[in-house]
Every structure is written in C-alpha cells, then in structure tokens.
Design a protein around this ligand. Structure first.
Ligand code: ADP
Ligand code: ZN
Length: 731
C-alpha cells in the first residue's frame, strides 16, 4: 500500500511513500507522518492511501513513523485546504502546515498549586505560627489574601523559602497540594462575573431577526453588519452565538490581533463557559492545548486573529469576522491567504452563517452587498444616549503660517486637551508613526540619511539615541553631524509618537501621559496593564499608534485628537484613501462612548481630500460611492482581481531579467499588466524589489495567469519570486 504525502515545501505535488505493513493498521488519512526526503527527514500529511503508485517501485521510499494516533486533519478541513491552496497558489503541504499547529503531541508540564484546607481558624493559626515558624505564617497569609490557590513556585520566589515549610503545613492539615495539568489560558485570570442581559434596541432587533431566520434554515448566508462603533454589533454576535450553541454547533470569531484585548475576551467569557482564545503570542504548547480542546469538541466559541479560521471545529455554525476591513486578516508571507475571504468559503462548505462586521467595510464587501451577494444589516446609531462625536478640522498649513513656525500640536488641540483634563475626563491621541523624528536631514546640503540596506529614511529614536530602520531594524548611533558635508546642525524632522509625548509633557506637566506603540508595548502584559490602567483612569492622556485605534470602550474618553491624518494618504497604493478613511472613523469612534458627548480634533495638511471630508461627516456611503467610481475607472478591485508578482534579490540586473522572462511567458489575454517596475519601496534588507501587477477581469483569467506564474515561484538566496493573489498592499 502507498500513501500520498503533502509536504510543506513550495512544490505543488504529492509524494508517494510505501506504508510498512507494521504501520498500515494505524495510518489514516489526515495523520502526520515522518518521511525521508532528499537527505533529510520531513514531516508531512497523509492525504490519500492507495494500492498502486505511479512512481517506479525502486524510487519509492518507506514512511518512517506516524506522529498522530488519530487524524489531525478532518476530511472537511482537507478539502477546504485543497481549495485554498489552489486559490492562493501554495502547495497543499504549506496550506496544511498553516492549518494544523505542528506540535499537538507535546508533553505539558503539571502546575503545582497550594490551597488552604478548610475547617480551621486561619487568622488564629497565622498568629500562632508567626514567632516560631515565620515562613509558614507567611505562606498562610498569602493564601488568605489571594482567596484562591496559588502556584507553589510563585509563593517560593516571593518569600524566598524552601519546600520544607510547605511540607510542615501540609502535615498539619493546613494546606493541600494540587497537581493540575497546566491550563495555558492567558486570559484565565480575567474576571468572569456576568452582567445582566440587555434588551436589544429596535435596530438591533431588526438585524438580529434576519440572522435568526437564516440560522433556523441552517443554510449558508453572508451578512454585513454595518454599524458605527458602539452601535451594538458585538451584542448581536453574542446573541447569535447563543443560538448556535443551542443548536450544539460552534462559532469562530475572528478579530484583528490588536483588537484582541482583555475587554473583548471578557465579554465572550461572561456569556459562554467554554471559550478558546488563540493568538500569536501563545507558545507551541499553549496553542496545542487550545487546539486539542477544540478538536475534542469541548469549545463553543473560538476567538482569535486570522489563523483562527483554521480552528478544527466539527459542527461549525457561525463565523464572525469583526472589523472585516482590517488588512491584518491577510497574511503577508506564503501562504498569503485572506482570512475574511476564507471565512466566506469555509462558511459555504460548512453551510454556516457568516457575519462580517464593520463601521467602514472594505469596498469588496460593500460591493458584494450592492450586488446582493451579501445581505447588509445596518445599525445606524450608537446605543443609548451616546452620540457620534463632533468633528473639527485644523488646517495645519494655516496653523503653522499663523504661528510663524512649524508646530505639531495646534492651539485648538491644546485648548481641547486642557478643557478635558480640567473636567477630569480622558483624552486619546493618535499618530500612526513611532519614533521621535521620521527624517534625519542636513539643512545645508540636503542630505537625507537612509538605511544602508533599504530605500527608507531612518527614524530617529531619541530615548535610545539611535537611528533605526523600521523595515529591517538596522540601527546606528544617531548622527551629531551631517555624514556628507559635516555640518554640525543636522535636523531631526517629521513627527513620531515619541516627539509628541515629549511635547505633551511640556504642555501638561501634571497630566498622567502614557504612550502605546511597539517601542513601549514590548509584551502582552504591558499592553494589558496599559488598558487596565487607562480604564481605571490612572492615565489622563493615552497617546499611541493604530494599536489604540480599536477595541477600546472607555466612557470617560471625551476627546480624540488625530495628530496627523495624512500619514496614510501619502502611501503610493490604490487603497490609501480607503485606509485613511477607515482609520479616522475608527479612531474617532473612541470618543464619547459614555454619557458626555465626545469631540474629535483632526489635524491635517490636506483638509480638502475627499477621504478626510467624508470621514468628518462619518459618511461611509458617500465615500464608498466616490471611491468605487475611482476604482472602476482604473479597473482596480472590486472591479478586477489583482495578481502581484514580487521579484526580490541582491543583484538588480538578474531581477530585471527574471521579470522580463516572466512577462514574456504570460499567456495572452485581454488584461492590463503593470510593470515590471520597481516596487514603491525599491529595496529592503539589501534586496532590490521589482513587481508586476496584473488586473484580471475574471476568475478564469486569474487562475490561468497564476498557473503560469507559479512555475516561476522560487525562494533562494539569489532570488525570491512570490505570487500574491488579491494583494492587500502594493508597497
Ligand atoms: P460595537 O461592537 O458595535 O462597538 P457593542 O456591542 O460593543 O458595539 O455595544 C456598545 C456598548 O453598548 C457596550 O457597552 C454594550 O454592552 C452596550 N449595549 C449593546 N447593546 C445594548 C442594548 N441593546 N442595550 C443597552 N446597552 C447595549
Ligand atoms: Zn533597513
């Protein structure tokens, strides 16, 4: 007997291996196996078992071992993976490797917990022990304070004690030791007290009824839940999941990684006892644990970022994609899948309901509603008395002229912050650039310092006193003079969050200011701590990058300041207006979630840009109308499908030759082909970058092109040719 094995390598074929008779009874389709491959061993997936092989008998090698007693890939997931591997033009092995975490057989450590034995007067015993056995008394005190079992290792490191006092306490019957399989749930510590269930508003009721009908029919359907921030979308997800759970089915909720805050998780945990949270910071063992729980059918709701779309649920009833417009749902390396698009496909295969939620839907999704492929459900208003915030725009060009110098914080914004601080309210300030200055330029000779490895200006980080490349992480000591003409007054220009923080501290010396960007938020713990501190009003002004743009629901935030609305508009990408619009609306949505009305102050150098104008009035429909016209004229998505071929390598001449070779081999079709041309970022980490963009008018044409191009896909040190289906970024 022979097995067909899919290997996680960029070769789109299956490999035949003989099944040793000893292994034959155990091997099932969907199990992982270890096989010899070239001079190495590889782990692959058994996707077929058959009696004959087309490969010459002397060439067929034997399977070495089977890794899983039971299949880790179900037949549904196998056919789903086959579909999307083909769509995104990766190999089946690469797709399956993405689908299944590689480590489901890892040994987990046991957790050792100490708990108080009930039935004695603990305060009395503590006092009795204090003089002669202080360590024992301290242990009991800690346990008494925590009112819950504590990890023994934590107690020991806190008190700096040996194991002896534990043994003595246990022999006296005061404590007991609990050996517990490590439950690696990073959100386990979150409070789970339930909040009373709310009555749905009429708008919510309308939307919910539509979804309910579809759920009763148990037939695939895609909804766009189009509602401003705070309009009660999450409440509808929760209600829908309740119905799904009643049907004994499971739900997957996809959220952007940055929206996976404790706040989000708490809301789901309060309603459902068995929630699995997947995210990128889980260790392999933690991921494996969650994965096993889902596979074993113990989980009702899976929450996670894009990879959670592969959660091995068996009776999938619902997929929610919250903030469906977020670009982070698209993976930026092979396999370059889009989780929202896969959600629709997986929902279709499972006959499940799909809800895409957004205040600013992607134009693809919105267009699908206009074509009646998806059903749009609107929640036009915020819940309760909360109103959408008042917007005001500051033209920074005029502001600088009036103040006769370059300023980053306008007078209006400063006055606004002052007013909110005086009223004991909170402020969020948003700037999508980290660092202190985004340009280091010589005012005399005009020399601009670039990364030696990338075509990117270096960013000045003042606290660390370095210049840093945000693409390849190259860092050097910040210059004190111009490297070219040696002028001593080199200038640090452009604004980043670090510079704004410094200005804020000058203007508001008594305010509690906190900066959240990837420089300060180096761990999930810091991130969680910051949110909690902000929610307890231990922070007055929260300043940050898009990390703070969503998921936050803090009623005391009455002012949101957008330091510069322009950073996204400048990007040479056809989606830049869409991104700018979405970010402004998203950030603005953080203001006025409570009873006091909120205000948004937006600083910009391009106040007349249509993306900014429509964002001011929060008019998505008008924005989409204009933007769709522009997309149609230039035949960009959703009016075409894009293929992007990215060719990278250290030698520019060979890249151009390769690009021309690819172009010469493309099949003839009536399609617009852009390039080969240098990518907007021409060089990253010493690799030059060229790209070709093909606007395909139909799916058929797209797959014809992609099939041809796939033959050119290579990954080597000399050349990297990648194929991106439905690219989200053209930089
Ligand atoms: P969104 O997901 O659209 O941002 P949420 O579902 O988070 O909106 O709702 C915003 C706030 O309003 C939350 O604090 C939520 O608990 C509350 N809320 C939602 N629906 C209702 C309702 N029908 N009645 C009262 N409060 C509600
Ligand atoms: Zn660099």
């Amino acid at each position: 007997m022979y097995a067909q094995i899919a290997l996680p390598i960029p070769l789109d074929e299956l490999f035949d291996y003989q099944i040793p008779t000893t292994l034959l009874p155990q091997l099932k389709i969907g199990c992982r196996v270890k096989v010899p491959f070239g001079h190495q061993q590889q782990v692959g997936f058994c996707v077929n078992i058959q009696e004959v092989s087309q490969v010459a008998a002397e060439k067929v090698k034997e399977i070495l071992s089977i890794l899983d007693p039971e299949p880790v890939v179900t037949l549904q997931m196998l056919s789903f993976s086959q579909w999307w591997a083909k769509y995104y033009h990766c190999s089946l092995g690469e797709a399956l490797e993405t689908t299944v975490p590689y480590c489901t057989t890892i040994q987990r450590r046991k957790n050792i917990l100490i708990a108080i034995q009930p039935g004695y007067d603990i305060t009395y015993e503590i006092n009795a022990l204090r003089a002669k056995s202080p360590s024992q008394a301290q242990i009991l005190e800690l346990l008494q304070d925590s009112q819950a079992p504590l990890e023994r290792s934590q107690i020991r490191s806190k008190l700096k004690i040996s194991l002896a006092p534990f043994k003595l306490l246990e022999s006296k019957g005061f404590i007991k030791t609990i050996y517990e399989e490590k439950v690696p749930d990073l959100f386990a510590h979150l409070p789970t007290e339930t909040t009373p269930k709310v009555e749905l508003t009429p708008a919510q009721q309308n939307a919910f009824q539509e979804i309910q009908k579809a759920i009763e029919l148990e037939k695939f359907k895609v909804f766009l839940l189009f509602g401003v921030t705070g309009s009660g979308k999450t409440e509808i997800y929760l209600r829908t999941i309740e119905l799904i759970v009643q049907q004994k089915k499971e739900a997957i909720v996809l959220v952007p990684e940055i929206a996976l805050t404790p706040q989000t998780v708490i809301r789901f945990k309060q309603r459902f006892p068995n929630v699995a949270v997947l995210h990128s910071e889980l260790s392999n063992a933690q991921r494996a644990y969650q994965w096993e729980q889902i596979h074993a059918g113990k989980i009702q709701v899976v929450i996670g970022p894009r990879s959670a779309i592969f959660a091995p649920t068996h009776h999938l009833g619902l997929i929610v994609v919250d903030e469906e417009h977020e670009p982070s749902f698209k993976q930026q390396n092979t396999p370059r899948y889009h989780a929202r698009d896969l959600a629709v496909k997986r929902g279709q295969e499972a006959n499940a309901i799909v809800i895409l939620g957004s205040a600013t839907p992607s134009l693809e999704t919105y267009h699908n509603c206009l074509k009646h492929k998806y059903i749009m459900l609107s929640l036009p208003e915020r819940i309760g008395t909360a109103k959408l915030p008042q917007f005001s725009v500051v033209n920074m060009k005029e502001e600088c002229q009036e103040q006769k110098r370059f300023v980053y914080l306008s007078r209006v914004l400063i006055a606004g912050i002052e007013k909110r601080l005086a009223a004991q309210q909170q402020v969020i300030l948003f700037l999508n650039r980290r660092g202190f200055a985004t340009n280091i330029t010589c005012p005399v000779c005009g020399y601009e310092i670039h990364c030696p490895h990338c075509e990117i200006p270096l960013t000045y980080h003042k606290q660390k006193h370095i210049s840093l490349c945000h693409y390849c992480n190259f860092e050097a000591a910040a210059p004190t003079e111009c490297p070219s003409c040696h002028f001593q007054g080199i200038r640090f220009m452009g604004i980043g969050t670090e510079r704004i923080e410094a200005s804020l501290r000058k203007f508001f010396p008594n305010a509690r200011i906190h900066r959240m960007d990837s420089d300060t938020m180096v761990s999930r713990q810091k991130y969680e701590d910051s949110f909690l501190a902000f929610s307890r009003h231990e922070i007055d002004i929260l300043l940050g990058t898009q990390m703070i743009a969503k998921g936050l629901d803090f009623p005391k935030v009455t002012l949101v300041g957008i330091i510069s609305a322009d950073t996204n508009l400048q990007l040479p990408d056809f989606r830049s207006s869409e991104r700018a619009f979405q970010l402004i609306v998203q950030v603005a949505g953080r203001a006025g979630r409570g009873e006091t009305e909120g205000e948004v102050i937006l600083q910009t150098w391009q106040p007349d840009h249509y993306a900014i104008q429509f964002a001011l009035t929060q008019n998505y429909t008008k924005f989409a109308e204009d933007e769709l016209k522009f997309r149609q004229e230039l035949s960009y998505p959703p009016f075409s499908r894009l293929l992007r071929i990215l060719i990278e390598g250290p030698v520019i001449a060979s890249i151009i030759t390769k690009a021309e070779e690819i172009i010469a081999n493309l099949p003839p079709a009536d399609c617009e082909i852009l390039g080969p041309a240098p990518a907007p970022i021409e060089k990253i980490a010493d690799a030059y970058r060229y790209h070709i963009i093909i606007k395909c008018t139909t799916m058929n044409i797209m797959s014809r092109y992609a099939n041809t191009i796939q033959k050119f896909v290579i990954h080597s040190s000399k050349m990297n040719v990648q194929l991106d289906v439905d690219p989200i970024s053209l930089l």
